[in-house]
Design a protein around this ligand. Structure first.
Ligand code: BEZ
Length: 399
């Protein structure tokens, strides 16, 4: 039997003083009034160190920017943040998420970047009933076998950008492809999505190379690629690892002879550090730097003014996590206990994202356009829509 967690003394004090105020004013508060007048506790579980550190910061920046645009409140409730650095370490993930759920008793969890860590968060969210919004990690299971009414994703499934690129590379006429990635859920599932579409389009994945996360010793694998002489290479890397891979691929002389394609994380938030090595690369993702819509232009301007930085896909996903939370909470007037009504409101909404309007599937994963982009200078320039309103198959989601 699971025991209810002990009430947090700070939380209790805040409630008691609020009750005294209401009683002094001659009104006994209802339970909902008491809850919605306290601060909304948002637990941010993100990587602030390691190869994905910059991704975690961009997500938090995006989330805070959206919150600032609504006066620092969600559904009339002020927000109090509780933060944990998950270090992109799945072995610490359950303990880390329980710090937020049991110790801090947060109302909602927002996290994370790494698929393995996100699966541990989804398990705890499912077991405890805590609302979870995933602002990056693409683990297919989060909106597949582990899907739940209280779990939402503002980003993508690993299958989505991979599948879109499989179609692109097949249409380009490549026949034999080698894949290379980190050996963990995100890499495996990205390659699987690519392979599904590429082989449907008549191509063949002739070799699947990998190294453990977050390793960056690429030399031996690059030598294998050179020896295999494929028509193209497909890859999933992100953050610091993506910077090193793109530079090593060019330095090994492969960029000139074997076209490199990737899920867009390969070149998102990384272009300053990659320099010329990234120039000309094609990737697929649900965001690009030059969408040219008024919505995106306003977002980019606000982000640049606030943080003196250009936004990337991670910032967009953090921003949209805050939008999803606001849509759900506004519908229940800030009462997080009304999970079914929260979910119903989010399910029927169109999210007005900088990436373009998107909705959530029944499994709560974005149904969205996947763009084909090409690196030109320091931008992931829009080439076109690779896959319109692409819906993750949500395999094994029973909800
Ligand atoms: C993941 O682990 O799901 C992931 C990490 C970085 C970028 C994209 C996906």
């Amino acid at each position: 039997m699971t025991r209810a967690p002990a009430p947090n003394p700070r939380h209790l004090l805040a409630r008691i003083s609020l009750m005294s105020l209401l009683l002094a004013a001659g009104a006994a508060p209802t339970a909902v009034q008491a809850q919605t007048a306290t601060k909304l506790k948002v637990g941010l579980m993100l990587p602030y160190t390691g190869t994905f550190a910059a991704l975690g910061t961009a997500i938090e920046n995006g989330f805070r920017l959206q919150l600032a645009e609504t006066g620092g409140k969600i559904a009339g409730r002020e927000v109090e943040f509780f933060k944990v650095d998950d270090e992109s370490d799945p072995s610490k993930a359950t303990d880390n998420v329980n710090k937020l759920v049991k110790r801090d008793q947060v109302d909602v969890l927002v996290g994370t970047v790494h698929s393995g860590v996100a699966m541990a968060m989804a398990k705890v969210a499912k077991d405890s009933g805590t609302l979870l919004i995933v602002p990056n990690a693409g683990a297919d299971a989060v909106t597949g076998a582990m899907c739940a009414p209280n779990i939402f994703r503002s980003s993508f499934s690993n299958w989505q950008p991979g599948y879109a690129m499989g179609e692109v590379v097949a249409k380009k006429g490549a026949k034999k492809v080698v894949t290379i990635t980190w050996k963990y859920a995100a890499g495996d599932e990205s390659v699987k999505g690519f392979k599904e579409a590429f082989e449907k389009g008549g191509g063949q994945v002739v070799k699947e190379l990998s190294l453990p996360f977050p390793g960056v010793e690429f030399q031996a694998l690059l030598t294998e690629i050179a020896a295999a002489k494929p028509d193209a290479v497909y890859t999933f890397f992100a953050g610091g690892g993506a910077v090193k891979f793109v530079k090593d691929y060019a330095a090994a002389g492969l960029k000139k002879s074997i076209p490199l394609y990737g899920a867009g994380f390969l070149t998102d938030g990384t272009l300053e550090a990659q320099g010329d090595a990234a120039d000309g690369l094609f990737t697929t993702l649900h965001y690009a730097d030059s969408l040219g819509t008024p919505r995106d232009a306003a977002f980019r301007l606000a982000y640049a003014k606030t943080y003196k930085l250009q936004p990337d896909v991670y910032a967009v996903q953090g921003y949209d996590a805050a939008q999803i939370l606001a849509i759900g909470l506004n519908a229940v007037k800030g009462d997080v206990s009304k999970k079914a009504e929260f979910a119903a409101a989010v399910e029927k909404s169109k999210i007005d994202s900088p990436r373009g309007l998107f909705s959530l599937s029944k499994a709560h994963n974005p149904v969205q356009d996947i763009y084909l982009r090409q690196v030109v200078g320091k931008e992931n320039k829009l080439v076109g829509v690779a896959s319109k309103a692409l819906t993750d198959p949500a395999r094994n989601c029973k909800m």
